[in-house]
Ligand binder design. Structure first.
Ligand SMILES: [Zn+2]
Length: 228
């Protein structure tokens, strides 16, 4: 949760807010404590690993979250890839609880767009990118239909012109590779995802296993996001 959102909720409701990390398949995987310094893994119920290139991620590194459920005897989920990325840490929390920590939960690996140049471009990149076009773009959705084709769904504002389109096309070609086909699709509304969430990036192609090269891109984006 962004700090400003947390502050707003705390102010309006007059209470403290703690973040919980969970999923459909697993309920509370990890929670914040009063120190708000990462997420304590619910280690009595889950074995949580942060994996990168097939090995445990080191402190401060980003990896994919892999969960083993110790309670579900009906549908055993063993080293289940949730498709989430997180930052690993081995440090202890100042609160004194002995439960292992996850430094930070980043988000879905499915939301990543893969350029024809091999570059992994996360949803946060597009959020930043489209901030520049707030005057012309109301909402957007980037859909990777094929390894060399992106559909850009856009709800435009009145100031969106052909020049805007050309500029976006040029800028995205630099990031995603010159031979990426970018198709503009102007729509009235954008559908919400299956779980009712707005999705800005959708990938319909299988991504290669999460690698160190991919992680570097995420780490760079993280640093940028933290610097903002
Ligand atoms: Zn703690």
């Amino acid at each position: 949760m962004p700090p400003e959102t947390r502050a707003l909720v705390e102010r309006q409701f007059g209470c403290r807010v703690f973040d919980k990390y969970g999923a459909r398949e697993f309920s509370g995987i990890a929670h914040e404590c009063e120190a708000h310094g990462g997420y304590h893994v619910n280690a009595e119920s889950y074995i949580v690993e942060v994996v990168r290139d097939g090995r445990p991620a080191a402190d401060g590194e980003i990896g994919e979250v892999v969960v083993t459920d110790l309670n579900n005897r009906c549908v055993p989920l063993i080293r289940y890839h949730l498709g989430d990325l997180a930052v690993a840490t081995s440090r202890r929390c100042p609160c004194g609880r002995g439960l292992p920590l996850i430094e930070r939960v980043i988000g879905r690996v499915q939301g990543v767009i893969l350029g024809t140049n091999g570059r992994y471009v996360p949803a946060t990149y597009f959020a930043h990118f489209f901030k520049e076009y707030e005057y012309a773009v109301l909402r957007y959705q980037v859909v990777q239909e094929a390894s060399d084709r992106i559909d850009l769904r856009i709800v435009k504002k009145s100031r969106f012109t052909q020049a805007t389109e050309a500029e976006i096309r040029r800028a995205l070609a630099e990031v995603l590779g010159a031979d990426m086909t970018i198709r503009f699709d102007f729509v009235e509304t954008l559908p919400l995802g299956r779980t009712g969430k707005a999705q800005t990036c959708i990938s319909k192609i299988p991504l290669p296993l999460f690698s160190a090269a991919a992680a570097e891109v995420w780490e760079e984006e993280e640093r940028r996001a933290l610097a903002r």
